[in-house]
Design a protein around this ligand. Structure first.
Ligand SMILES: [Zn+2]
Length: 261
């Protein structure tokens, strides 16, 4: 691997100083490829910190357009880019932050083969989408490709985040072990209906970036096997253990019979 340049040592010096990252961790970050699904309230802070940290390549998929009514939490976008595709708008901000990172905007909702290819080409996926259909699809694609998945969600003043290290054996619990079926309509209301506290999205999106950056730098400690729950009203944080569902429709097919629970 090429030695870090003086400019890189300067730009990333404050995180290279961390003993758990160091030059080796920074080099791993610089050679890493990340797929970010969604450039909204969670994807905005996640993208900013991933690119600030110096991932090698960030592909951002989002089919939606920048709207002023979302800027209270989607802080990577700007008023002047209202109506732009969100992946393209995020790429414009990220270039200003760190032009060294290759940012690939994909102005589309990735599905099927396109999603599978994008996931297989990544070292880690950050799912910052806002609906169960996309989360199930991303979870399945990550399982098939054995790519670690950081996932989060936020609504009103509540949020949650975890990481599924699908590149590790034995295969951990997956998103579908956690939510076998999508909750009913009252539970899947969108932010446009129920509202959302901007900084609550920021807290969860930032936690997602922290989990991703650590993993890409070679640090395994974190939320693997646990779900972090946040209540931003009382500012309470707690974690609960994640258990594999032996009949999970997503991951049970990938488990050898000998290791099935
Ligand atoms: Zn599962």
């Amino acid at each position: 691997m090429a030695d870090l340049t003086d400019e890189q040592l300067d730009r990333y010096g404050r995180q290279i100083l961390l003993p758990r990252i160091g030059v080796a961790g920074q080099e791993r970050l610089l050679s890493s490829r990340v797929l970010l699904v969604g450039a909204g309230g969670l994807g905005a802070p996640a993208a900013l910190y991933l690119v600030g940290a110096g991932v090698g390549e960030l592909t951002i998929a989002d089919a939606d357009a920048v709207a002023v009514s979302n800027l209270h939490r989607q802080v990577i976008h700007t008023v002047s880019r209202g109506g732009w595709n969100k992946a393209e708008s995020a790429a414009a901000s990220l270039y200003e932050l760190n032009p060294e990172v290759r940012v690939n905007p994909r102005p589309a909702r990735l599905e099927g083969e396109a999603l599978g290819e994008a996931v297989a080409g990544a070292d880690l996926v950050v799912d910052a989408s806002d609906n169960f259909a996309t989360r199930y699809a991303v979870n399945g694609a990550c399982l098939r490709a054995r790519v670690p998945l950081v996932t989060g969600a936020v609504i009103r003043m509540e949020g949650q985040v975890t990481v599924f290290p699908f590149d590790h054996e034995p295969l951990p619990a997956c998103y579908r072990c956690l939510y076998r079926e999508a909750p009913d309509a009252t539970e899947t209301e969108r932010c446009s209906v129920t509202g959302v506290l901007g900084p609550a999205a920021g807290l969860i999106g930032t936690a997602m970036a922290a989990e991703a950056v650590k993993r890409l730098a070679g640090i395994d400690e974190g939320l693997a096997g646990r779900l972090l729950l946040m209540d931003a009203l009382n500012m309470d944080f707690c974690t609960i253990g994640l258990a594999r569902d032996p009949e999970c429709p997503a991951c049970s097919a990938f488990r050898p019979a000998s290791t099935a629970p």
